[in-house]
Ligand binder design. Structure first.
Ligand SMILES: NC(=O)C1=CN([C@@H]2O[C@H](COP(=O)(O)OP(=O)(O)OC[C@H]3O[C@@H](n4cnc5c(N)ncnc54)[C@H](O)[C@@H]3O)[C@@H](O)[C@H]2O)C=CC1
Ligand SMILES: O=C([O-])CC(=O)C(=O)O
Length: 324
């Protein structure tokens, strides 16, 4: 048996965690041979609810779970953490944009960035799910000067997975037939789901779908999917967000042959401002990720990539005081 790894999850009593924790405990993230120690963080008012979740995890008798820590202290939750999934944050309601949460949620991520800096494993992999995820990841990273900024990522995998299914359904194929889907930029309504490099069963996506569908149906559907779920369910996506968080961490840690979308610190690739947490197409191998380079970008794509970059620059300017 392998040594256990420590997985910190914040917002442990929330909606997303109610799916996420159980799937991680079942081995969906790191495999059926990887024991885990779950380190769950909540705010003091939610500790009763968190303890209920812990009781349920115990009641599942998951073979991989070696220990569970439930705490309201980030220094305890992040102690020696190998993975940190930062989910705990306020969700938006109908009529709000995700960036409307910036003020309410930003302070959480400066505190947690510091706690990660002081306590986590030096190789910790951090995924920010709490919205606005990209800029929250930037705040956490800037407050963790002893960790490499590349260790801080934000989730656009849900957008990526949404786009896979939209295209597979439109073309009458399966999601596994779709190759090189790309989400560029912010996890927001300005994100750019790009089909210019995507293939379906070996054929260019643009040979299979009309331009009108791409521009006026596919792109807005993916951009607005979070809002559509809130309207339909009366609450934001939870199980699908958990599933995508698992995909993101699994691929980062264990690797994948697929091109996947991850929001990561920009290194200036494709002319994007350095430092902002921008979603790129990446390949994951050997526990690391690399941006897919050399893609041709036409004028339509360039404008969309710039619009979402501009929004991230504005978000960064709005939280400058939290960036250390
Ligand atoms: N990046 C993405 O693709 C997605 C992001 N989200 C975001 O994920 C976040 C969580 O969503 P839900 O689980 O539905 O919300 P929720 O409200 O059900 O759960 C959030 C939990 O976080 C806890 N929390 C708040 N502040 C905390 C802190 N400082 N430390 C630890 N825990 C804290 C709350 O007590 C609550 O239990 C929201 O910001 C939501 O917008 C949701 C779906 C997709
Ligand atoms: O839309 C929201 O507020 C929740 C979310 O991030 C998503 O479902 O993509």
């Amino acid at each position: 048996m392998k040594d256990p790894v420590r997985i910190a999850i914040t917002g442990g009593a929330g909606q997303i965690s109610y799916s996420l924790i159980f799937r991680i405990a079942a081995g969906d993230m790191l495999g059926p041979d990887q024991p885990v120690i779950l380190q769950l963080l909540e705010i003091p008012q939610a500790m009763d609810a968190l303890n209920g979740v812990v009781m349920e995890v115990n009641d599942c008798a998951f073979p991989l779970v070696q220990d569970i820590v439930a705490t309201d202290d980030p220094n305890v939750a992040f102690k020696d953490a190998d993975f940190a999934l930062l989910v705990g944050a306020r969700p938006r309601g109908p009529g709000m944009e995700r960036k409307d949460l910036l003020e309410a949620n930003a302070a959480i991520f400066s505190v947690q960035g510091k706690a990660l800096n002081d306590n986590a494993s030096r190789n910790v992999r951090v995924l920010v799910v709490g919205n606005p995820a990209n800029t929250n990841a930037l705040i956490a990273s800037c407050n963790a000067p002893d960790l490499n900024p590349r260790q801080f990522t934000a989730m656009t995998r849900l957008d990526h997975n949404r786009a896979l299914t939209q295209l597979a359904q439109k073309t009458g194929k399966r999601v596994t037939d779709v190759d090189s889907m790309i989400i560029w930029g912010n996890h927001s309504a300005t994100q750019y789901p790009d089909l210019a490099h995507t293939k379906v069963a070996g054929k260019p996506a643009f040979d299979l779908v009309e331009r009108d569908w791409y521009e006026n149906d596919f792109i807005p559907t993916v951009q607005q999917r979070g809002a559509a779920i809130i309207k339909a369910r009366g609450a934001s996506s939870a199980a699908s967000a958990a599933s995508s968080a698992i995909d993101h961490m699994r691929d980062w840690a264990l690797g994948t042959d697929q091109v996947v979308s991850m929001a990561i610190p920009s290194d200036g690739s494709y002319g994007i401002a350095e430092g902002i947490i921008y979603s790129y197409p990446v390949r994951c191998q050997n526990g690391d990720y690399e941006i897919v380079q050399g893609l041709e970008i036409d004028e339509f794509s360039r404008a969309k990539m710039k619009a979402t970059e501009d929004e991230l620059r504005e978000e960064r300017a709005a939280v400058e005081h939290l960036l250390g």
